[in-house]
Structures are given as structure tokens and as C-alpha cells.
Design a protein around this ligand. Structure first.
Ligand SMILES: Nc1ncnc2c1ncn2[C@@H]1O[C@H](COP(=O)(O)OP(=O)(O)OP(=O)(O)O)[C@@H](O)[C@H]1O
Length: 292
């Protein structure tokens, strides 16, 4: 297993603790990912200090003494707070939660795009195969990005060229492939990112909301691609606000709330509890609004 930005000590195991009996593992039994007490913190610079009442005027001395507090413009957002779970080859796992709960951050940390504040992420295989979003550039055309993304996924130039038309067709972007990606609608961008990610058969395929932007045809194609990855013993992560999409594509679901894992279990069961929570929260908010 390869580690990304991790503290190796967290996973030290004494040889004598190990059972040396060889175990025949099927693909479905092997771990593809281990996330251990993961914390991710964003530092937002230039954030205004939140305070109550009018700002007090400072004397020159007070200003001098509080110079170190120019740090007051730095605010920390603890986006992921102590999440642990493991995933196996061939699993497809949905990640659900309300806006701002930390789903994308969790995915980006698993992909090695954001360093953890603490904790660790171990992935089986080459972490370079995870996600391509970080390397894509808005100023460059779709065509150039297909090449860059493909190379980042470990494909050779020839392999990217061979698969180029399939990627364009899959993404349904037509002539837009010649224009800078920043000129795409969010749906087109998401579809192209998904198509690039799916052009190789990665160990771990990560999909962040791309499916919600496509029509039924695109969703069907995506589902087929997800199944291909799973059949080749890869692991699929899918972040989505659509419980129907999650239920149709994943057998297991992680529910994240305020950066913590609330529930991890069979898709139907977790979605049922999540739906109940969302409905109750909505009802409460409506009652409060009515009281005002
Ligand atoms: N680049 C960033 N800098 C600072 N804070 C961030 C950044 N990205 C996300 N956050 C904050 O981290 C928290 C988690 O955000 P994240 O995008 O992971 O949630 P999410 O569940 O994916 O949300 P959504 O469903 O709205 O996409 C939020 O409070 C968000 O404001």
C-alpha cells in the first residue's frame, strides 16, 4: 500500500503481531483504501474577524502589541474531522451529506490533492491514478486537457490519442473540445472531467457530482463505466446530492455531516436515515421561520 502525506508511525505493526499463515484473498476481500482518523483544515487568509459590537479604536501601543495578531485575518475551517473507514476492491461507495458537510474535501484528501492536517490515507496501487481535476487547466482547450489528464492518469501519449475520440463522444462536447475549458457550461466541464477520469481504468475512480449534470443517457453510460471499473476490481467513490443516483450506483454509502462520519452502511438504509434527517431539519427550519 502506498501512503499519501501520512504519518507512517500511525500504522506501525510489529512482525510478531502478524499471523504469517498465507491467506488466499479474492479481489473483493482486499482493501483498496484505508482512511484513518483523517482531519483536513483549510486556512482562509484575509478573512474578517467575526466580532460583536463596534470595533474599538486602538492606540499606537495597542496596535504595536497586537501586530502578531495580523494572523487574526486567518480563519481555520475544519472541513473533515476524524473520519475513518476502509474500502475494498470492487466496491462502489456513495458519499452523501448536506451542503458544506465535507464530502468533496474528503474525496480530494483521498485523492491526495489536499494534505491532511492529521491522520492518514493509504491507497493500494498508484495514487496518481486518482482523480484528474487538479491537473486540468481552464485556459487550455478540452483537447489539450484530454492529453494532460490522460498523461496524469498514467496513459502514454499514443494511448490518449487512441482514446481521444471516445472521450469527446462520451463527454458529448462536440466542437467545444477546441475551446478553452473555462468557456464550458458547468455540465460540459463536469462531463469532460468524468470522461477523462474514465478513459483509463483507475484503481479508484472518484466522481464528484458529475452525474447530476448529465441527462438520463449520460447517466446510463456513466453507470456502465462505473460497473466496468468495479469489474476490473477498482473502487468507485461517488459524491452526489441525488439519493436516487447514489442508490442506483452504489451498494454502500457514507453519510458525512459537519466533517464527521455519521453513518456507513448499505445504501438503502443510510439513504433512508439521511432522508429522514433532511426532512426533519427542513420542517424545523420552516417552523422557526413561521414563528418569526
Ligand atoms: N478551498 C477552500 N477554502 C476554505 N474553505 C473551504 C474550501 N473548500 C471548502 N471549504 C469549506 O470546507 C467545508 C466543507 O466543504 P466541502 O466543499 O468539502 O463540502 P461539500 O459537502 O462537498 O459541499 P457541497 O455539497 O456544497 O459541494 C465548508 O465549510 C466549506 O466552506
Amino acid at each position: 500500500m502506498a501512503a499519501i502525506d501520512t504519518d507512517e508511525d500511525d500504522f506501525e505493526v510489529d512482525a510478531e503481531d502478524l499471523d504469517n499463515t498465507p491467506v488466499a484473498e479474492s479481489d473483493s476481500e482486499r482493501l483498496s483504501l484505508l482512511v484513518n482518523d483523517l482531519h483536513v483544515t483549510y486556512r482562509v487568509f484575509g478573512a474578517k474577524k467575526v466580532g460583536h459590537g463596534p470595533a474599538k479604536k486602538q492606540t499606537a501601543l495597542q496596535k504595536f502589541l497586537s501586530r502578531g495578531a495580523s494572523q487574526q485575518g486567518v480563519r481555520e475551517v475544519k472541513a473533515v474531522r476524524g473520519i475513518s473507514f476502509s474500502a475494498r476492491h470492487g466496491e462502489s461507495i456513495g458519499i452523501i451529506g448536506v451542503n458544506g458537510s465535507g464530502k468533496s474535501t474528503l474525496l480530494r484528501a483521498i485523492a491526495g490533492l489536499i494534505p491532511p492536517a492529521s491522520g492518514s490515507v493509504y491507497v493500494a496501487g498508484d495514487p496518481a491514478l486518482l482523480g484528474v481535476n487538479a491537473v486540468l487547466m481552464g485556459d487550455l482547450s478540452g483537447e489539450r486537457n484530454i492529453m494532460i489528464g490522460g498523461l496524469a492518469l498514467g496513459l502514454t501519449q499514443q494511448q490518449v490519442k487512441d482514446r481521444y475520440q471516445d472521450v469527446v463522444d462520451f463527454a458529448e462536447i462536440g466542437e467545444f473540445v477546441n475551446l478553452p475549458m473555462k468557456s464550458y457550461s458547468s455540465g460540459m466541464g463536469a462531463r469532460l472531467r468524468f470522461a477523462i477520469s474514465a478513459s483509463a481504468v483507475p484503481d479508484i475512480l472518484m466522481i464528484d457530482e458529475a452525474l447530476s449534470t448529465g441527462d438520463a443517457g449520460f447517466r446510463a453510460k456513466s453507470k456502465a463505466r462505473i460497473n466496468e471499473v468495479r469489474e476490473s476490481a477498482g473502487t468507485v467513490f461517488l459524491v452526489s446530492h441525488s439519493l436516487a443516483t447514489v442508490k442506483s450506483m452504489c451498494e454502500r454509502v457514507l453519510w458525512v455531516h459537519k466533517g464527521q462520519l455519521v453513518m456507513d452502511g448499505p445504501a438503502d438504509e443510510v439513504c433512508k436515515h439521511y432522508k429522514k434527517f433532511v426532512n426533519e431539519t427542513k420542517k424545523l427550519a420552516e417552523e422557526r421561520a413561521a414563528e418569526k
